[in-house]
Design a protein around this ligand. Structure first.
Ligand SMILES: *Cc1c(COP(=O)(O)O)cnc(C)c1O
Length: 370
């Protein structure tokens, strides 16, 4: 069996460090806040090359808290790519703003900045760039558009810890970056967790207050906030895993490079590409094929697990019916039936990667002759 994700083998590979870190938090009863959480925030800020990091309860809260901190007028519009996890757009609505979907680029699957430009109105307030699958969005084009139009930019980095755009880590290129530490992400906790990164000290401070009941001191509440925090156990686990993250991302890139080289001349699949000047975090290796469901079934027969990210483009979901009919001309609305994610991760060895590639080749050869 070739697993899509193997959290147990990852734990086994670093068990003494993890067990020690967990033991220390329990011995100190440092469950909420304190030094372990502060130390993680500092090391994560430095890893992402951001001046500030505010840890929060999960990646969805991170987006919501930044949106709330911006304090736009109710009903302001926020542009979100049509292909992402629903958390990105959900946070917009939950914050009292209006979701406006823009298309994604057919090569990188990240926001099509020109399409975002076409969707601007007098009520546009922000754009959320999702570094989807771990590939950085075209930040130069996006930041130019944001400057011209006076828009705020949030980078949804839930899948892109460690990814780089022109030598800079993602997360503090726009006004703020948001991260998820959901267990299956490239940097995952043993439960929920999230973070906000920014180079803007005032924005970071506002986010920290929102996430902590609007307070600056124990009972000195400046406004009504909420409770969204990373706990001590998760911070300790994440601090250990952060030390291994670059090696894991490098391994993911080796797996992806092997797929790309072994599948380059195969008919019937469109392979992902890495834009020049980018470090892809390869959270997901997503190819495109008209025979997606048949290929997934073929691989499953051979004991190879796959995933689909995402099977229904956001504008086509029941949840967004209120926005009107999805635009059939949008690439995102056409591609969702063709996307297939192959296993990629530090748990895979060369032989397994070759087995996956060989099975894809075999399927495509059959499909061509059929
Ligand atoms: C996982 C994910 C989120 C949400 O993170 P949670 O920690 O599960 O709330 C947001 N955006 C994207 C693109 C994600 O993949």
């Amino acid at each position: 069996m070739i697993k899509f994700l193997d959290l147990h083998s990852q734990y086994k590979s670093i068990q003494p460090e993890i067990d020690d870190a967990i033991g220390k938090v329990i011995a100190a009863s440092a469950y909420i806040g304190g030094e372990v959480v502060e130390r993680f925030e500092q090391s994560f800020a430095s890893y992402q090359q951001a001046a500030h990091c505010v840890s929060v309860g999960n990646g969805t809260d991170a987006i919501e808290i930044v949106l709330e901190a911006f304090g736009f007028l109710p009903g302001s519009e926020v542009i979100v790519p049509a292909n992402t996890f629903i958390a990105t757009s959900e946070a917009v609505t939950r914050s009292g703003y209006k979701v406006v979907f823009a298309d994604v680029d057919p090569v990188t699957y990240t926001l099509d900045v020109e399409d975002a430009r076409r969707r601007l109105t007098s009520r546009s307030a922000a754009i959320i760039a999702v570094h989807l699958y771990g590939h950085p969005c075209d930040m130069d084009a996006l930041m130019a558009l944001a400057r011209e139009s006076g828009l705020k930019v949030i980078e949804d980095c839930a899948q892109a810890h460690g990814a780089e755009y022109k030598g800079r880590r993602v997360g503090a290129i726009g006004d703020a970056g948001t991260f998820s530490f959901y267990p299956g992400k490239n940097l995952g906790a043993y439960g929920d967790g999230g973070a906000i990164t920014s180079n803007d000290a005032d924005l970071a401070r506002q986010c920290r207050m929102i996430a902590n009941h609007g307070r600056i001191d124990k009972y000195d509440h400046q406004f009504e906030g909420r409770n969204s925090r990373l706990d001590g156990l998760q911070a300790a686990i994440l601090s250990v895993k952060l030390r291994h993250l670059d090696a894991w991302i490098d391994h993911r890139n080796r797996v992806a490079a092997a797929y790309l080289s072994e599948l380059q001349d195969v008919d019937g699949v469109v392979l992902p590409r890495v834009a020049s000047g980018c470090r892809h975090a390869f959270h997901l290796f997503v190819l495109r094929t008209p025979n997606r469901d048949a290929l997934a079934a073929f691989l499953k027969e051979r004991g190879i697990q796959t995933g689909v990210h995402y099977p229904i483009a956001l504008p086509k979901l029941e949840a967004y019916r209120y926005l009107g009919a999805p635009d059939p001309a949008m690439f995102a609305n056409q591609a969702d039936g063709q996307l297939l994610s192959l296993p990629v991760g530090e748990h895979l060895d060369e032989t397994q990667v070759s087995q996956v590639a060989e099975a894809v080749r075999e399927f495509c050869a059959l499909a061509v002759t059929a």
